[in-house]
Design a protein around this ligand. Sequence first.
Ligand code: 13P
Length: 140
Amino acid sequence: MKIAFIAHDRKKEEMVNFVIAYEHVFEGQELFSTGTTGSRIMENTDLKIHRFMSGPLGGDQQIGALVAQNEMDLIVFLRDPLMAQPHEPDINALLRLCDVQGIPLATNIATAEILVKALDRGDFAWRELVHKYKPTSDEV
Ligand SMILES: O=C(CO)COP(=O)(O)O
């Protein structure tokens, strides 16, 4: 599964603790993140993560490009609902594309816990069918 981690600054510690707690589930998956979030996770775990740009520099949009192609299987995006972000339009665009494609998205730790447990149980097998029967770009 392709999984992306994104956390705003005041949520980064929560994200790191979450990934540490479920490192055994994330091992062997294809992991992606925005720049600083990925650095923080890799400093604290043995996971290898493909890091995109930092969020304010376009990282959300880079992940959004994979979402638009229905490539991403799960996104954990711990947003800070109490702090305005300079790149709010990029964030909204990413969230919107998740809804366009119907991609599982957790924006708080409670949902993230439920989704990672579902992933561990094998509840994400339907995503393999999505990849198998994905229409080519000229069929869309
Ligand atoms: O701003 C972000 C998401 O909108 C996160 O970016 P960083 O992981 O680079 O801090």
